[in-house]
Design a protein around this ligand. Structure first.
Ligand code: PLP
Length: 457
């Protein structure tokens, strides 16, 4: 699979895609257009977008209503610097987020990417303690098997070894505790007899580091890119929230992938009845129509900042630009009007059911998991011993490539910690997918897994 590209001028005036991994994927085509759950490449080949890109295009492609709003906003104003003027779409989007999000998550700080949203959340957490005179509370605890972003601060918190290893000397803190990875429990225990030892580990880490030094704990409610939709057992998040409360540590939920209805609730945190102190949103906030993300902060966290220095010491040139926030507002309206949050829960359970049928059919499928329309499949060479495939096989990329050949887009994930192997994919189609299209997705995945298994024999 081609991972990432830039564009290089090669002779004359022709711009050529410059692939970092140029040889692996002959199907790396130019995109032509998209409509609904389908994408079409330059040769007219159709793909079903089974992962909403990078779990982003939650309302599908080419939605007329959104395009109209983009046009209308561009006629009025596309950019204004936030220190000079406020703007109506940003104000309205912040108001709408305060309405639809739980608890007192009433303050939105808009940025352009999930990584920036996490960076902002991190800074707000530190600033909160500074405003309260607790200058030593600077560390953030995070988990292995996590992905919080690609910038140095957010990567510091990420337990995604492949993305970290080159930059370790620049990274500040490291992930400290294990994830709730029941399929291969780090303690070799089974839920519920384990008594949630992986959650209790947070308290051990706090005691080791010292609560006086810790500003916050950060977690993705469902682990996406680094875990293939790892979904925690019941009681896990309540336990973590209790521990954070007991030791005066803020809870940041990284809902960049899970937020805005992806899992069948506006925030995935709502499945486990907890309200984070700060939330990072991205991806589904603009459903991919324009770059937009946000750090959303609870009243009790904002209070000392409002009473103290009165400003959040962060921001980007494009923060809260009217073009992006107008799109965010239109996407949120569209999601509500079409009841896509409840639809995500309903269709997600159909999807999970169908994936479980494939699990029975194919011996390489170790586990199927997820919630709402964020589902994952983990692959193993031995389903009884749960042994991963060797890293050299590069199975995830092979599956993603085969699926693409068959006209299906899925998202590569991984479950390997500290260089270990571990193959997984995310299946997370637009929330707008019809049941018929869902069946097509399953049929194409079925075909792909058949071919992959045959290849491995
Ligand atoms: N947080 C989570 C949970 C993510 O899944 C991602 C991206 O995949 C990010 C943060 C980073 O977002 P971005 O790629 O928009 O910077």
């Amino acid at each position: 699979m081609a991972l990432l590209l830039g564009w290089r001028k090669e002779g004359g005036s022709v711009m050529k895609s410059f692939l970092i991994k140029p040889v692996l994927d002959e199907n790396y085509k130019k995109i032509s257009h998209g409509k609904g759950v389908f994408l079409y490449d330059e040769d007219g080949k159709r793909y079903i977008d089974g992962s909403s890109g990078a779990v982003t295009c939650s309302i599908g492609h080419g939605v007329e209503e959104i395009i109209e709003v983009m046009n209308e906003q561009a006629q009025k104003i596309s950019f204004v610097y936030r220190s000079h003027f406020t703007n109506e779409p940003a104000e309205k989007l912040a108001e709408e987020l305060a309405r639809v999000l739980p608890g007192s998550l009433n303050f939105s700080f808009f940025v352009n990417s999930g990584s920036e949203a996490v960076e902002t959340a991190l800074k707000v957490a530190l600033q909160y303690w500074q405003e309260k005179g607790q200058y030593r509370k600077t560390k953030i605890i995070s988990r292995w098997m996590s992905y919080h972003g690609i910038t140095i601060g957010s990567l510091s918190l990420s337990g995604h070894t492949d993305r970290r290893f080159r930059f370790v000397p620049l990274l500040d803190t490291s992930p400290t505790i294990h994830p709730p990875y029941c399929y291969r429990c780090p303690y070799d225990l089974t839920y519920p007899d384990c008594q949630l030892k992986c959650a209790a580990e947070l308290e051990v880490a706090i005691k080791r580091i010292g609560a006086d030094h810790i500003a916050a704990f950060i977690a993705e409610p469902v682990i996406g890119a680094a875990g293939g939709a790892i979904t925690p057992p019941h009681g896990y998040y309540q336990r973590l929230k209790e521990i954070c409360g007991k030791h005066n540590i803020l809870f940041i939920a990284d809902e960049v992938m899970t937020g805005i209805g992806r899992t069948g609730k506006m925030l995935a945190s709502e499945h486990w009845n907890f309200v984070p102190d700060i939330v990072a949103l991205g991806k589904g906030l603009s459903a991919g129509y324009t770059p937009l993300a946000a750090a959303v902060v609870s009243d009790h966290v904002m209070e000392p900042i409002v009473m103290g220095s009165k400003m959040i010491m962060s921001g980007h040139t494009y923060s809260a630009n009217p073009q992006s926030t107008a799109v965010g507002l239109a996407v949120l309206n569209y999601i509500e009007k079409n009841q896509l949050v409840s639809e995500s829960l309903r269709k997600g359970s159909i999807l999970l059911n169908e994936l479980r049928k494939l699990q029975v059919k194919y011996s390489i499928v170790g586990e199927v998991r997820g919630v709402g329309m964020l589902t994952g499949m983990e692959f193993v060479s031995d389903i009884f011993k749960r042994i991963p495939f060797r890293k050299e096989i590069n199975l995830t990329n092979f599956i993603v490539m085969k699926a693409k050949e068959n006209g299906l887009i899925v998202y590569p994930s991984s479950t390997g910690i500290e260089g270990d192997s571990g193959d997984a994919i995310l299946i997370a189609p637009p929330l707008t997918i019809t049941e018929e299209e869902l069946q097509l997705l399953i049929d194409l995945l079925d075909k792909t897994l058949y071919e992959v298994e045959k290849h491995l024999q």
